[in-house]
Design a binder for this molecule. Structure first.
Ligand SMILES: [Zn+2]
Length: 176
């Protein structure tokens, strides 16, 4: 069933589009974007006064799983994200156990594949246990799909550790 979205204010920097147009969706594909589309046989919705944008990505999300499911979990966090128009989220590593090795990254990814409502891009901790003292297993985490490193709300105060972590992160990014 085709769906014709009329008069939507579309903002899509990838095609330098920022204006009011119609969008025709056929199945799960965008079939046509333009002015005054007919879309014969399509269900029509008037989006006058509304924005239509590509899927959003939230780069700082606390999914809390594993360890703090009483606050949030991967299923509920990604459901809320999807309801808000986010097609991807970057999960923070302050879980229990801390996401500071490939095993926890793997858990987050597999759990997201099982119950997630949007894509989950796991970040890993820069330091073991988020303690700011020794580097985490960055290479291992990259191999398992970590996309970024952060100690979230904490700074890495030990200078040597901070420099080593940044250097390793840069090398991991180059080799992945
Ligand atoms: Zn945070």
């Amino acid at each position: 069933m085709a769906l014709l979205l009329k008069n939507a204010h579309v903002v899509d920097p990838s095609v330098e589009l920022d204006g009011v147009v119609d969008v025709l969706i056929d199945g799960d594909k965008i079939a046509e974007v333009g002015e005054n589309l007919a879309g014969e046989g399509a269900e029509v919705r008037d989006l006058s006064g509304k924005y239509l944008v590509p899927g959003l990505v939230d780069m700082h999300v606390h999914l809390r799983e594993p360890g703090y499911e009483v606050k949030e979990d991967i299923e509920s966090g990604t459901r809320a994200a999807a309801k808000g128009g986010f097609t991807g989220v970057c999960s923070m590593p302050n879980t229990d156990p801390v996401t500071d090795n490939g095993t926890v990254v793997e858990f987050v990814k597999s759990r997201a594949a099982e119950v997630g409502h949007c894509r989950v891009y796991p970040s890993g901790a820069m330091t073991r246990g988020l303690k700011g003292e020794a580097m985490s297993e960055m290479g291992d985490m990259v191999a398992h799909g970590a996309v970024a490193f952060t100690d979230d709300g904490r700074g890495v105060q030990a200078r040597a550790c901070s420099v080593a972590a940044w250097t390793t992160a840069r090398c991991s990014a180059r080799s992945s």
